[in-house]
Design a protein around this ligand. Structure first.
Ligand code: XMP
Length: 325
């Protein structure tokens, strides 16, 4: 498959078009791979999940998935990957809980770019170590999509094949590389993936690491994860989860005074961010209803440890970015 989308390629927007695309790709994958084995880093994001489901349909147990939990996933995310792929789709899936490894490496590191570098570098090392444990794998599947090709060359940055050592040369399998994001979702739905996976909001590769500001600590990361889970749950209940483009919480690395049980406390604030955008280059803030903001605030203050204030970030992009780091 060339890296250029043919001018006459139809947009995939219906289930029937998706089925046709799936049939074509299943045949193409079988033709390319034969009886050989394929390795895939399965993050749980839309793209790698759709690639996994396509490959399972095409070659079943010849696919070997590796899910690396870097300890910066949202609440329940790794569990969902395991449940969907291992239990429901019967995939060969190795689950690597590398939480301690990542958090130990990140200890005391406050610089945002340094944090990103450590997370990206460590991800490649963990994946490489796992890849070396398998024998006879000749292919590497990637969730490259068309915007990745147009914007940044042919290799998906966070699945950095270029970062793997010379003696680990794989031939690439990239069955969705000519698709736009909305088409990937239609194909994912037709493959039977759950809505929570197919319509997932964007989530940065470094995960909660860029939302636990400054040097990450385990207790602050725990509070961030719990607050984020409450926000997602309340958005879901309010019918906002499919409508608001991206929404999350942030916990900064400073404290403020409060009062708890009649005593003075010194706790973190939680910042809520909810934005809408078309291309992530510019974004506007979602105008949340007061009752919903109050409900989320009450739940965070009563259920999340170490937190005494909740703030709503009203800043558009520009001048603010969507993420805080
Ligand atoms: P910003 O913060 O630059 O974010 O306005 C724009 C979009 O990109 C996502 N983002 C990232 N995604 N790795 C990623 O995979 C990153 O390091 C990263 N930083 C930001 C962000 O969530 C938003 O959707």
């Amino acid at each position: 498959m060339s890296n250029k989308r043919p001018e006459d390629m139809q947009r995939i927007s219906t289930a029937a078009q998706a089925e046709k695309y799936i049939d074509e790709q299943v045949a193409a994958i079988r033709e390319q791979v034969g009886d050989k084995k394929v390795l895939l880093a399965l993050s749980g994001g839309v793209d790698s999940s759709v690639v996994a489901a396509l490959l399972i349909k095409a070659i079943g147990s010849q696919l070997q998935c590796v899910h690396v939990n870097h300890g910066l996933m949202r609440k329940g995310e790794s569990e969902m990957v395991i449940d969907v792929f291992r239990k429901q789709l019967k995939a060969n899936l190795v689950y690597v809980d590398a939480t301690d490894r990542f958090l130990d490496k990140l200890e005391g590191v406050a610089d945002p770019e340094q944090k990103r570098k450590i997370i990206g570098g460590e991800f490649i090392r963990v994946f490489e170590e796992e890849a070396r444990k398998f024998e006879g794998i000749e292919f590497l599947a990637q969730g490259t999509i068309y915007p990745d090709i147009i914007e940044s060359g042919p290799v998906k940055a966070h699945h950095n094949v270029g970062g793997l050592p010379e003696d680990m040369k794989f031939e690439l399998v990239e069955p969705i590389k000519l698709l736009f994001k909305d088409e990937v979702r239609v194909v994912g739905k037709a493959l039977g993936l759950p809505d929570a996976m197919v319509y997932r909001q964007p989530f940065p590769g470094p995960g909660l690491g860029v939302r636990c500001l400054g040097a990450i600590t385990r207790d602050r990361l725990h509070s961030l994860r719990e607050a984020d889970a409450i926000l997602r749950e309340e958005f879901e209940k309010a019918g906002l989860s499919g409508r608001v483009w991206q929404y999350f919480t942030v916990v900064p690395d400073f404290k403020s005074t409060g009062v708890r049980d009649g005593k003075r406390s010194y706790d973190w604030p939680v910042i809520i961010r909810a934005v809408n955008t078309v291309d992530a280059m510019a974004a506007t803030v979602e105008e949340l209803e007061w009752p919903l903001l109050h409900k989320i605030t009450d739940r965070i203050l009563s259920e999340v440890p170490g937190v005494s204030r909740v703030l709503y970030d009203l800043s558009p992009k520009p001048p603010a970015t969507i993420e805080w780091e």
